[in-house]
Write a protein that binds this ligand. Structure first.
Ligand SMILES: Nc1ncnc2c1ncn2[C@@H]1O[C@H](COP(=O)(O)OP(=O)(O)OP(=O)(O)O)[C@@H](O)[C@H]1O
Ligand code: SF4
Ligand SMILES: [Mg+2]
Length: 388
């Protein structure tokens, strides 16, 4: 066995056993207030509604799902930037729930965020030097001026910017360079976990790969663990060890990256996957096409039972509308226990015993609290699924 292989094996074994972040049944429900003084709670937005996942030290966990499914709220709840309504988040063995004030601030040094839009997340009135020193100062990392200066230079080199960048302001940089500054700022306090929320979606396609590569380089250099949030499966595929697929506030599927792409089991994942071009012409030709009917239902009025049932081309009369499926291990040959799916019928769908049918759904007004989407399903085995 080569030295590199044995090192990788060691890393994999260690990573398998050490959970850095453990989120259990995390919920974030935003109250909807009405009345003259907005003092009456008339409902809730169930933005995050039962997220359970573990992130192992050194791995990259990719979290995907369409706009509004609760990805950012969940990422913020992990850092307690959003107060969870329910559930626990444990980081490196410490339960974050009882932490307040200074204790929470101290722990946050180890958990940093990189945001989608680097321009709006960087104070335009501060130079890069001041932006980078801000967090370091807050955590007492600038007491030794020489060491702080060396750290600034190390950070700039790590993100591929010249030292002259220190005296410039955010608007003097391109989008890709600004995201490099955002990454340097996250790195400045020497974190263990970085939650990168859509880190490349605001960038030109031509620079997206550079920033993704940079994230991978600094992960290795600084021994980081990542939660990478994206609505684009292609972005997380390249970077993630494991991927979780989120729909209306909770996970519907979770697997090793390769396993998920090779054998997507949840109907929603299959639909997302069918929209991603595959660079292998043979596989591309055989790729199934599933176009989801209707919009994402309002998280203020989520569908009963399986939350995907209003759009699911495999929906069944039994259970789908009434019983919320839990993330579970499936009994399918070759699918490991690490691959879990929240669908009552994952096995039968995979084997072809249950065939897909046409779905038509009306668009949902996101502000509606009482209107449910109208759904008609009709048998059309194997037929194309199309939006109305
Ligand atoms: N502070 C808030 N008060 C009320 N509702 C909120 C608040 N923040 C988010 N929401 C709602 O919670 C739901 C989830 O929002 P969130 O931003 O987490 O989704 P997302 O998956 O990150 O979407 P995107 O891909 O567009 O960034 C949305 O319906 C959003 O409108
Ligand atoms: S539980 Fe039913 S509605 Fe939900 S994904 Fe599975 S088949 Fe579709
Ligand atoms: Mg978001």
């Amino acid at each position: 066995m080569s030295e590199t292989t044995s090192m990788l094996d060691k890393k994999d074994t260690a990573a398998e056993h050490e959970v850095l972040l453990d989120a259990q049944d995390v919920k974030v429900h935003f109250p909807i207030k009405r009345g003259v003084f907005f003092d009456k709670t008339v409902g809730h937005v169930f933005a995050v509604d039962g997220m359970t996942l573990q992130i192992r030290r050194g791995e990259t966990y990719g979290l995907v799902g369409e706009s509004g499914c609760g990805k950012s709220t969940f990422g913020r709840a992990l850092l307690r930037l959003e107060e969870p309504t329910n559930g626990t988040v444990t980081f490196a063995g410490t339960d974050l729930s009882p932490l307040k004030g200074e204790a929470l601030r101290t722990l946050r040094r180890h958990m940093q965020m990189v945001f989608q839009d680097p321009l709006s997340s960087l104070d335009p009135r501060q130079t890069v030097e001041s932006l980078l020193l801000e967090g370091m100062r807050a955590h007492g990392l600038t007491k030794d001026a020489k060491a702080a200066d060396a750290r600034l230079r190390e950070l700039l080199t790590a993100v591929g910017l010249p030292v002259a960048a220190l005296r410039k302001y955010p608007h003097e940089f391109s989008g890709g360079q600004r995201q490099r500054i955002g990454i340097a700022r996250a790195l400045s306090v020497d974190p263990e976990l970085i939650v990168a929320d859509e880190p490349v979606s605001a960038l030109d396609v031509s620079v997206q790969a550079q920033v993704i590569n940079l994230l991978q380089d600094v992960q290795e250099q600084f021994g980081l663990t990542y939660l990478v949030i994206a609505h684009d499966l292609a972005v997380v595929r390249h970077i993630s060890d494991r991927v979780g697929v989120m729909y209306l506030g909770s996970l519907v599927e979770e697997a090793d990256s390769d396993g998920l792409y090779a054998t997507p089991l949840h109907p929603y994942t299959r639909a997302l996957m069918s929209a991603v071009p595959i660079p292998d012409p043979l596989i591309e030709d055989q790729r199934e096409q599933i176009i989801l009917a209707g919009d994402l239902p309002s998280p203020a009025n989520p569908p009963s039972g399986c939350r995907f049932h209003t759009r699911c081309p495999w929906r069944q009369e039994e259970r789908c509308d009434t019983e919320r499926p839990q993330l579970r291990v499936v009994q399918i040959d070759g699918v490991p226990t690490s691959h879990r799916v929240a669908c009552h019928y994952a096995e039968q769908i995979h084997s072809g015993e249950i065939e897909r049918h046409e779905v038509s759904a009306t668009a949902v007004d996101p502000s509606s609290l009482s209107d449910s989407p109208t759904v008609n399903t009709q048998e059309n085995p194997g037929g194309p699924i199309s939006a109305p």
